[in-house]
Design a protein around this ligand. Structure first.
Ligand SMILES: Nc1ncnc2c1ncn2[C@@H]1O[C@H](COP(=O)(O)OP(=O)(O)O)[C@@H](O)[C@H]1O
Ligand SMILES: [Mg+2]
Length: 276
């Protein structure tokens, strides 16, 4: 099957007279329905890689290399394409959920209107169909009392509810690829599991591909088919989740896994033939 997302020698640098490279040569392709985890310590380049794929880097950051997404009209190259020309790709083909829901929500607009926008813009819904679509989208992300949530401003709802709204908006246009960058890191531990379950269920039911970025290895191990490990802006390893987290061949990955094991015992144990 041909890839939904193809990343080739993708890099990010600070543009200027003395350019600084922040991300170097990331290479990975994602099949439809595949779930890729990206792990690595803070500052390793995970978020910049995600923003480059989404075409959301702002001056002075620029991407180079290639990141292409498959659409009905053929592959679209993200790198080098002006942000406004990616409007038809973002939302409908790929969308994102970030660590901090407030960063993607508008404080001055009622929740319902924010959910309505992608449904109208990409889905063509109007009038009563649009009103129903908004309530369905909110119910889909398991927000009880969608009517009330739709009428609310985001300061009137909880952090967990805000992230559910952000997910509803990200899913509203029926994207084929969801990029989730630490989607539960800013949330209370008590609501994290619910958000993860929701993401996993939606991705499975809709047959979406997922790029899931997290520093939490047990969570990644439960979600991802394959894992890409980053360090210092470089891709260190890429492989099947069980292989990478169960029997890492790179010393840095082994260190991440050992540190995570010291915290909890959820990770796969080393496989007999390759383990210590
Ligand atoms: N706008 C920016 N200007 C300069 N440096 C940046 C900018 N954004 C991120 N960086 C640097 O790039 C590196 C990678 O950042 P990031 O992708 O956010 O890391 P991660 O998500 O893995 O924690 C870090 O060293 C960070 O300080
Ligand atoms: Mg980050």
């Amino acid at each position: 099957m041909s890839a939904l997302l193809t990343i080739e020698r993708l890099g990010v640098r600070i543009d200027g007279p003395a350019p600084v490279d922040l991300v170097h040569a990331v290479d990975v392709a994602l099949a439809p329905g595949e779930r890729l985890g990206i792990i690595g310590e803070s500052g390793s380049g995970k978020s910049l890689t995600a923003l480059a794929v989404l075409g959301l880097l702002g001056h002075p950051l620029v991407a180079h290399g290639s990141a292409r997404v498959a659409t009905d009209a053929g592959e679209v190259e993200i790198v080098g394409t002006p942000s406004r020309r990616l409007d038809r790709v973002r939302g409908a083909t790929m969308s994102a959920v970030f660590q901090e829901p407030l960063s993607s929500l508008d404080p001055l607009m009622r929740v319902g209107k924010q959910v309505a926008w992608p449904l109208a813009h990409h889905g063509g819904l109007r009038g009563e169909a649009l009103r129903r679509g908004v309530l369905d989208a909110l119910a889909d992300v398991q927000l009880s009392d969608p009517e009330r949530i739709a009428r609310s401003y985001i300061h009137e709802i909880s952090g967990g509810q805000r992230q559910r709204v952000a997910i509803a908006i990200a899913l509203a246009a029926g994207p084929r690829l969801l990029i989730a960058d630490e989607p539960t890191t800013a949330l209370d531990v008590t609501v994290q599991a619910g958000i993860l379950e929701l993401l996993q269920r939606e991705v499975a039911e809709r047959g979406m591909s997922l790029v899931f970025i997290s520093h939490d290895l047990p969570v990644v191990s439960g979600i991802a088919d394959r894992v890409l490990v980053m360090r210092g802006g470089r891709q260190v390893e890429l492989g099947e989740t069980a292989q990478i987290l169960g029997a890492p061949s790179d010393p840095y990955t082994a260190e991440l896994v050992a540190a995570s094991r010291r915290l909890d015992g959820f990770l796969p144990r080393p496989t007999p033939e390759r383990g210590a």
